[in-house]
Ligand binder design. Structure first.
Ligand SMILES: [Zn+2]
Length: 310
């Protein structure tokens, strides 16, 4: 009897993989670049096989977190990778059960079962990185909406007639508050190229303060909207920008409280699983595929000592 699953988080630039036992032990971690176009599916399949070869016999199941539009058994479309209508089976060349999940919602599942959202039935998981997308956990489950487009909080138009977004809309949250946008907007104003978001956050240059203030304003507007719509118990912020700690949490919290008049603001807390969230969520999917839906209960993830796959 196999005692592990293969878990793979297919990101825009890299794939983070691991073998995870039924009691939550991360046995192996590894990382490879994400390939695009015709090579993409084959590269996932090869990575899954190579990870499985490091296990003790065939895996009990395989869980994959993938970007774009996705159902449990098909990767429908991902613009940044370039695949269309790929059945889950195509990612695995073994006869084992496979389950797919949306990348951000799978990270949200992991935070829900193992991390900052443990024991909380309604919360928002919002990783802020190169882009911004959210996992809405409603009544204990990640919610993707009617067609899988749910949670695109990064494209809430926070400023009417604001700056154009790559998505084609105007004034999207992501255009102001993603790590990439904070760096880009400061560079545009200061003429200094290649400045990272964390440098903008730490800087006392008035232009940096202005750019960061606009990012905070955009975030607090979007979070007020989410709070009024869905009444989360907690908002879990993750991704690279959440590493800014109090420089992000304190001003966003203050403005969120100010914006909401007739109700309390939900607490803002930091994500617990860091870069491992997607891979650990994929492990939960792998165990669900293997017929162990309760996997994850009782797992204690010591994230600081867990082998990072960043
Ligand atoms: Zn947009």
């Amino acid at each position: 009897m196999s005692s592990y699953v293969v878990a793979l988080d297919v990101g825009g630039t890299s794939m983070k993989g691991g073998l995870v036992s039924e009691n939550g032990q991360v046995l192996v971690t590894d990382r490879r670049p994400t390939l695009r176009g015709d090579e993409a599916v084959g590269a996932v399949r090869e990575f899954v096989s190579d990870l499985a070869a490091r296990g003790d016999g065939p895996p009990a199941g395989v869980g994959l977190a993938v970007p774009g539009l996705v159902t449990a058994d098909s990767a429908i479309y991902a613009a940044n990778i370039g695949w269309r209508d790929v059945p889950a089976r195509s990612f695995v060349d073994m006869d084992v059960p496979v389950m797919l999940g949306h990348d951000v919602r799978t990270g949200g599942l992991a935070e829900s079962v193992l991390g900052a959202g443990r024991g909380i039935s309604d919360f928002l998981f919002l990783p802020i990185g190169t882009g911004i997308a959210g996992a809405m956990i409603l009544s204990g489950r990640p919610y993707g909406g009617a067609e899988g487009w749910g949670g695109e909080i990064g494209h809430i138009p926070v400023f009417p007639d604001g700056e154009p977004c790559a998505c084609g809309q105007l004034g999207c949250l992501e255009t102001y508050a993603s790590a990439a946008s904070v760096g880009r907007r400061y560079s545009e104003r200061s003429g200094i190229a290649g400045v990272k978001a964390e440098e903008v956050v730490a800087s006392d240059d008035p232009l940096a303060i202005e750019v960061w203030d606009e990012a905070v304003e955009a975030l607090s507007l979007a979070l007020a909207t989410y709070t009024l719509l869905l009444d989360p118990s907690v908002i879990v912020l993750g991704g690279g920008l959440a590493e800014a700690g109090p420089a992000l949490f304190d001003p966003v919290r203050t403005r969120l409280v100010k914006r909401l008049a007739f109700r309390e603001a939900p607490p803002l807390v930091a994500a617990a699983l860091g870069v491992n969230a997607g891979m650990l969520g994929a492990a939960l999917l792998g165990w669900r595929a293997a017929g162990v839906p309760g996997a994850g209960t009782g797992w204690t993830m010591d994230v600081r000592s867990a082998p990072a796959v960043s």
